[in-house]
Design a protein. Structure first.
Length: 77
């Protein structure tokens, strides 16, 4: 697991909030789940090789959504 969250002085390009984040779950040496917000791409998540939008609301929801996705992934769902 890797969780990195920065508070920015202003919202970055592609987002409506002032956070930059990367929450990643690595299994067997490869990243299988990641929530992030690259500049220009906005909030999104990666599930294996597929990138899908993510609706960021706040940091608590982000972390809860990440841990819920990790739990599902570990159960094989």
């Amino acid at each position: 697991m890797e969780i990195v969250i920065w508070r920015l002085p202003a919202a970055s390009w592609g987002t409506q909030h002032g956070f930059k984040y990367r929450l990643a779950y690595v299994a067997n040496g490869r990243c299988v789940l990641r929530f992030d917000n690259e500049a220009g791409k906005g909030d999104h998540m990666h599930v294996e090789e597929v990138e899908v939008p993510y609706a960021f609301t706040d940091l608590q929801a982000l972390q809860a959504d990440f841990w819920r996705a990790v739990s599902r992934r570990r159960r094989g769902k």
